[in-house]
Design a protein around this ligand. Structure first.
Ligand code: RB5
Length: 144
């Protein structure tokens, strides 16, 4: 799968690990920054990633900041983005199966890499169930 990743300074180290993990599994990864731990503004990087997903350059994306909150607030302002801040594998599974999340958000100050890796694996592997859940996510965008 072609994936986008992006982060702010707080998420940089975890983003590098997540990127290497995805690449080692054979996924294509487009890295929209940031590229170091210098202080920067998470909305700038959320925007780049959301535009890549909405423009179909990437199928899905992973956003990382310190708490995960700023990235998720920002990403969910983009119509068509369903960004899921996941703290555990149950949230990752439900965000895919029921909500068809197309962006996974991680908080680097909340979870470590082993936890992030588990969350990522479940999020990547879980399909959307469709059916009644499709009707519900269409209502998010005012389409039903
Ligand atoms: C940066 O200190 C921090 O505010 C940011 O990474 C994020 O957690 C914001 O929601």
């Amino acid at each position: 799968m072609k994936l986008a990743v992006a982060c702010d300074h707080a998420g940089f180290e975890l983003k590098e690990k997540v990127k290497r993990q995805l690449e080692s599994e054979g996924h294509g990864v487009e890295d929209f920054g940031c590229y170091n731990t210098e202080s920067c503004d998470y909305p700038d990087y959320a925007r780049k990633l959301c535009e890549a997903v909405l423009g179909n350059m990437c199928e899905r994306g992973v956003l990382i900041c310190g708490s995960g909150l700023g990235m998720s607030y920002t990403a969910n302002r983009y119509k068509g983005i369903r960004a899921a801040l996941c703290l555990n594998t149950y949230m990752a599974e439900m965000s895919r199966a029921h909500n068809n999340s197309n962006v996974l958000v991680l908080g680097s100050r909340i979870i470590d890499f082993p936890a992030a890796k588990d969350i990522l694996r479940v999020w990547m592997e879980t399909p959307f169930e469709g059916g009644r859940h499709l009707r519900r996510i269409r209502k998010i965008d005012g389409e039903e």
